[in-house]
Design a protein around this ligand. Structure first.
Ligand code: ZN
Ligand code: ZN
Length: 394
């Protein structure tokens, strides 16, 4: 098994190769605005370097854990470059399954959470632009939720569709109850959600031309009412951004013969991997407390060889992975570069790796793009990625 971690500053991009996948599987590709700013042009260099890596692979798949800039901006960036446009085709693209027409609130929440940041970058909405690129690429589109297989031997632990829908419904109701949005706002959002849902349904069926037409109909520049709605939500702030993270695809390798014999994964295997998108603690609590009657292949391993830490190891999404770590063996990936952010009250602070991780992961091999990890009391090997380097971690 081989996993490559690319330096996206504050952003994710990985490539899994070998036994678990049919062909190289890229997991996310994005860099948050403000990351890798210096020296000048570093961000572009990084994106180009990753693009070249993708370009060199004739056959490749792409999995997007969730619809946030720091997980898909690279695809948007490369699509703007003529050189890459024709060579960026993925065989299969895996997306979190939040497009079920019966789950209207989920898709509404996703749209709100992914677009509210981009409202000021009109006329484009990143989610819609991303889907349009997939239409141009004509890749097979696979929607993933818990229990679905990814590529050859990977299996999704999350999202669970109805749990996500429940949470979304609560949040949308809160927005209405607190009068952040009114009935006509909801109508605007629903019409956009319906278009997106229909487009994705068409894409799954391979009807890309029709899907693209649906997506092109969503143009906030020409839809002042929709724009006003999105701006209103953005101004008020809301909890939906967290929901945008909590739809992430979480996956691990499939449980094999070991467990088929009745032995439950107590022993450590040097090839068990866990990718976590950006999910928060509440999702971990749900994943780890799933009913015992669930199929065996959806249980978590006792220990992992590699864990991609969620949400760039930041404090607000902190989860203690200590119990899954084998001292001196487990590899943890924390794609983080400290960037200046504002908190809810507009107070500036730096989004870096939570101090808690520095304690809990002390026995693990930690790979990060953050340059100031020298204070970590790690007994394992720690490596830094500087500039636009990529690193083969396994
Ligand atoms: Zn995110
Ligand atoms: Zn992220």
């Amino acid at each position: 098994m081989s996993v490559t971690m690319f330096n996206c500053g504050f952003g994710d991009c990985f490539c899994i190769e070998d036994e678990y996948v049919e062909r190289p599987l890229y997991v996310d590709f994005g860099i948050i605005s403000g990351s890798l700013k210096s020296p000048k042009g570093l961000r572009e260099l990084s994106e180009m370097k990753i693009g070249l890596h993708m370009w060199q692979q004739k056959e490749k798949d792409f999995l997007l854990t969730h619809f946030h800039e720091d997980h898909y901006s690279g695809i948007l960036f490369l699509h703007g470059k003529k050189y890459f446009q024709d060579n960026m085709k993925f065989n299969t693209v895996y997306l979190p399954n939040v497009f079920d027409p019966s789950f209207q609130n989920t898709i509404l929440s996703v749209i709100i959470s992914t677009t509210h940041k981009s409202v000021y970058r009109l006329p484009k909405l990143d989610l819609v632009e991303f889907l349009k690129i997939l239409c141009d690429n004509k890749s097979n589109i696979r929607l993933i939720s818990r229990g679905d297989r990814i590529s050859k031997n990977l299996i999704a632990l999350w999202p669970v569709k109805n749990l996500v829908e429940e949470e979304s419904t609560t949040e949308i109701s809160n927005l209405i109850e607190n009068r952040v949005i009114n009935a006509s706002d909801v109508e605007n959002l629903i019409s956009m959600a319906t278009n997106i849902n229909t487009a994705v349904g068409l894409m799954v069926n391979g009807e890309f031309e029709k899907a693209k037409r649906k997506l092109e109909a969503i143009n906030p520049k020409e839809n002042q009412a929709l724009l006003a709605t999105l701006t209103k939500i953005k101004r008020k702030g809301n909890k939906l951004n967290e929901l945008g993270n909590n739809i992430s695809i979480v996956f691990q390798n499939e449980i094999d013969q070991r467990e088929a014999c009745g032995e439950i994964m107590e022993e450590y295997e040097s090839r068990d991997i866990l990718f976590t998108g950006d999910v928060s603690k509440s999702v971990w609590n749900m994943i780890t407390h799933m009913p015992k009657c669930e199929p065996k292949n959806l249980r978590m391993f006792a220990k992992y060889h590699l864990i991609k830490i969620p949400h760039h190891g930041t404090k607000c999404y902190y989860y203690n992975f200590e119990k899954y770590i084998v001292s001196g063996k487990t590899v943890c990936l924390i794609p983080n570069e400290p960037i200046a952010k504002k908190d809810k009250n507009g107070k500036p602070h730096v989004w870096g790796i939570a101090d808690e991780y520095k304690g809990d992961l002390k026995e693990a091999h930690v790979y990060t793009s953050q340059n100031n990890i020298s204070s970590w009391k790690s007994t394992g090997t720690k490596k830094e990625m500087i500039g636009f380097d990529l690193m083969k971690v396994l």
